[in-house]
Design a protein around this ligand. Structure first.
Ligand SMILES: Cc1ncc(COP(=O)(O)O)c(C=O)c1O
Length: 394
């Protein structure tokens, strides 16, 4: 079959660089700081087993049946309760269950973006959001980030002169940058979205994985406080706090977009797996989620601390990084010109991999950057990984 039968917009669609990398991480003896997946040793197997037993004994008819495109009402009500703890006040009707945040992003891109619409992302940003936005044929622009997250003054300069349709942002413990949008910038961003009438797509998979005792109020909640949250669309997921294999996430959709989002969800997969939704609902109902989040926070915080200490002592003269306040990723930059994609060949030969930073940019990549994930690596291997990185500089 000839190549030209393939739709033009998918002809150049790349496989995720990270997925390609994961192949190497499976090689014997290689320590991977590359993957972005949660630590499976922390999955609450017992709690999931109890929830699954309940599904199979008392909710099996609904769990194996078709369901509503919006998602199961009982799960949506439980999500509203969870959101209240994040300061987001919403109604069951505002929530649409998706098959993970990735699907939320895909649905939003299709609901909002016409080819050529200008969408702003952080520099760097989540790779698979770039894929989705590129598929929707958005005209992508990027705004820099520093230790306080997206530089909103830079965004303001852009929106003053350019008709921006949407801003995509991971404001809390971001992937890949590990940075968190400061409170004054959150308010500034929300205010800009109202003044210049653009949509904010707030992607919040990591907000619960907080290593501090500060709270980071979502943009959605700030917008509601200012009296109008219509411009903020919020998505989150159970992937990082419960189990990514369940594929359950959700959207909080403003009324003006609800019908289109539900219709797109229907066209995509009718609805998220009833079995997964039922499992998630019964798990939430068991009251175990809070304990599970506390466990994940402590474990990831410790690993993050270990990696930071090792990097500071062994590579402090070479790399600069912001210590993450939560989440799963540490982003670092060489203090001198460096091509981390080239360097990866050397580090792989020495038995350690990471993700070169260049893949997280929609334009003008910074080749001196890299992303490291600490969550699934033992303390001993985190130390060894840093030694191997250091040895690869020679
Ligand atoms: C920023 C961000 N958004 C969305 C997702 C997708 O998550 P889900 O498993 O809910 O589809 C991820 C997963 O790594 C992510 O890092």
């Amino acid at each position: 079959m000839s190549q030209n039968k393939i739709a033009k917009k998918v002809q150049n669609l790349q496989s995720s660089a990270i997925r390609e990398l994961l192949k190497h991480s499976k090689m014997d003896g290689v320590i991977s700081l590359g993957g972005g997946i949660p630590n499976p040793d922390l999955f609450d197997r017992e709690g999931l087993q109890i929830a699954m037993d309940q599904v199979l004994s008392s909710a099996w008819k609904e769990a194996f049946q078709y369901g509503l495109s919006e998602g199961s009402p009982e799960l949506r009500a439980a999500i509203c309760q969870l959101l209240a703890e994040r300061a987001i006040v919403c109604d069951v009707d505002d929530v649409v269950v998706t098959s993970g945040s990735q699907q939320s992003l895909d649905i939003l891109a299709r609901a909002l973006i016409d080819p050529g619409d200008i969408v702003v992302v952080e520099r760097p940003t989540y790779l698979a959001a770039l894929q989705v936005l590129q598929l929707a044929e958005a005209d992508l622009r990027s705004v820099g980030t520093d230790g306080d997250g997206m530089i909103i003054d830079e965004l303001e300069a852009l929106v003053k002169t350019t008709p921006v349709k949407a801003v995509y942002i991971v404001p809390t413990f971001g992937n890949p940058g590990g940075v968190t949008l400061a409170e004054h910038r959150r308010k500034q961003l929300v205010e800009l979205s109202q003044r210049y009438d653009f949509v904010i797509i707030e992607d919040d998979p990591y907000g619960e994985i907080n290593f501090t005792d500060k709270t980071f109020t979502p943009l959605k909640a700030w917008a509601a406080e200012s009296g109008n949250s219509d411009n903020v669309i919020y998505t989150s997921t159970f992937s990082k706090i419960l189990a990514p294999g369940a594929r359950v996430g959700w959207l909080v959709v403003p009324g003006w977009l609800k019908r289109q989002v539900v219709n797109l969800k229907q066209a995509t997969d009718l609805h998220t797996s009833s079995l997964s939704q039922s499992l998630t609902y019964h798990y939430l109902n068991s009251g175990r989620l809070a304990g599970q989040i506390a466990l994940i926070r402590e474990a990831y915080k410790h690993k993050c601390q270990t990696l930071c200490e090792q990097l500071e002592s062994a590579l402090g003269d070479h790399l600069t990084f912001h210590k993450p306040m939560g989440g799963m990723f540490l982003w670092a930059r060489f203090n001198y010109p460096m091509d981390t994609t080239q360097w990866l060949k050397k580090t792989l030969a020495n038995g350690v991999v990471y993700v070169p930073g260049e893949f997280f940019y929609c334009n003008d990549p910074d080749h001196a950057t890299l992303r490291m994930s600490y969550v699934s690596v033992t303390d001993e291997n985190l130390k060894e990984a840093v030694l191997r990185l250091k040895a690869s500089l020679n």
